[in-house]
Write a protein that binds this ligand. Structure first.
Ligand code: FE2
Length: 443
């Protein structure tokens, strides 16, 4: 593949209304507090898993990140290291955070209110100065909002891992049963496409710049891999047959002794799965969730396929062959909401594949956004022309072969934190995340 810089200019956008920003900040905080409203103070302070922070730490970190960016740094130099020590993720690894002197929920609530009052006060007098990249198009406000949205999903990973009684999820929607889908693949005939974005109002630095790439023809599954398909892999002794597993995968298998996705349990001849407080017989029509990269990779080998690269994933989600341009979302440029996809923490579960009939990309891939994050075969690397902004601790420190890219968001992702160009990354052994996959092959 070759890459070249595409020079495009976004049309000038009207300055966002301050009231709209204030409303979004309020809405984001209401959601965070709703998610934890059924969790006791004790459970908020507990380390439910060494992988995750105590939830009260996430809440404090959300607030102090907001304070750092929306009060202190608006007028001065930007230094992520100014994050107060207690809530600086680089100073305190997750597994140690329960030993920190974290405030009670009521102390924390007071702190949240104080910080928010100062943020709104500052918003009143702020000028969305085009010459300041932090303030142009209110970028820094969108960044802070996305940060809170993203920590909501982290909190939900913790709540799914919760010790003691399962988390009582405030479900708003449920889905009707559907017929299983047939395994079909969509095709991309090859050619030059654009990847990434030049958006400077809300995209992260790692999504920029937009650039042209020549992509070889490929095929990609029209649907995410379902529980039914994954069960076939298990029944064919997929976890025992070494030929499907890479060296990393074999090491992971030996260390964990895994025989099924996380949260699957064998019940007699069948299986059950648990999502938060709902345990039910395995629904064969939903996408498989809570698999690590190595499980996805082994399944793909077993199926005679491979995982898509993140470029192929983005082409399948965004490229419109008739208009010869990339769309922001699979269906169009219209932003995602719950009519289009299973998103926004409304169902606290995946949906049967096919539930959202508008969630189809121009080349015919269903469900690229929502339900489950999809593993790709790509390491998390910088795009040609990447510039760190506004702090290198967001993306740049993570570039390299240690992390694999995931795309598309999950049921636990808030709409403001997902789009076709959005890149997530994690260690290939992780499966507490809401992760599934689809397969691809050369055409
Ligand atoms: Fe954070």
């Amino acid at each position: 593949m070759t890459a070249s810089r595409l020079t495009t200019h976004s049309p000038p956008s009207a300055p966002p209304s301050k009231q709209a920003i204030a409303d979004l900040l309020t809405e984001a905080r209401d959601r965070t507090l709703l998610l934890v409203s059924t969790v006791s103070d004790e459970d908020l302070h507990r380390q439910h898993d060494p992988l995750m922070s105590p939830i009260i730490w996430d809440i404090g970190h959300i607030a102090h990140f907001e304070e750092l960016w929306l009060t202190q740094n608006l007028d001065g130099p930007i230094e992520f290291s100014e994050m107060p020590g207690l809530y600086n993720p680089f100073e305190h690894p997750r597994a140690t955070r329960a030993s920190l002197a974290l405030p009670t929920l009521s102390e924390m609530t007071t702190r949240l209110r104080e910080i928010r009052a100062r943020v709104l006060d500052r918003l009143d007098s702020v000028e969305f100065d085009d010459a300041n990249p932090l303030l142009r198009d209110a970028y820094v406000y969108n960044m802070v909002l996305q940060h809170e949205y993203q920590h909501n999903e982290t909190i939900l990973q913790t709540l799914q891992l919760k010790k003691g009684d399962p988390y009582r999820a405030p479900r708003k929607v449920s889905f009707a049963a559907r017929k299983p889908v047939s395994p079909e693949m969509a095709s991309f005939g090859g050619g030059q496409v654009s990847i990434g974005t030049d958006d400077r109002s809300s995209a992260y630095d790692n999504e920029r710049p937009k650039h042209l790439i020549d992509v070889a023809p490929f095929q990609i599954d029209r649907f995410p891999v379902s529980n039914a398909q994954f069960l076939e892999f298990i029944r064919d002794n997929g976890y025992e047959r070494e030929e499907f597993w890479s060296d990393g995968g074999k090491r992971w298998l030996a260390e964990t002794g895994a025989t099924a996705p996380k949260y699957w349990s064998r019940e007699g001849d069948g299986w059950t799965t648990r999502t938060m407080d709902v345990t039910r017989p395995l629904d064969l029509t939903r996408p498989v969730c809570h698999v690590c990269y190595y499980e996805a990779e082994a399944f793909a080998v077993w199926a005679g396929k491979r995982l898509p690269t993140e470029t192929e994933w983005e082409v399948a989600a965004s490229w419109n062959p008739s208009t010869r341009r990339a769309q922001a979302f699979p269906w169009s440029d219209a932003p995602v909401d719950s009519r289009f996809a299973n998103i926004d923490q409304l169902a606290f579960d995946t949906a049967p594949i096919g539930t959202h009939d508008r969630n189809v990309s121009p080349i015919g891939c269903y469900g690229m956004i929502g339900d489950v994050w999809e593993w790709t075969s790509s390491d998390f690397t910088r795009y040609p022309g990447f510039e760190s902004f506004p702090y290198k601790e967001y993306s740049e420190e993570f570039f390299g072969p240690d992390y694999k890219v995931l795309r598309g968001g999950s049921w636990a992702t808030r709409p403001g934190a997902i789009r076709n160009t959005f890149r997530n990354w994690d260690y290939p052994i992780r499966r507490q995340i809401f992760s599934g996959f689809r397969c691809a092959r050369d055409a």
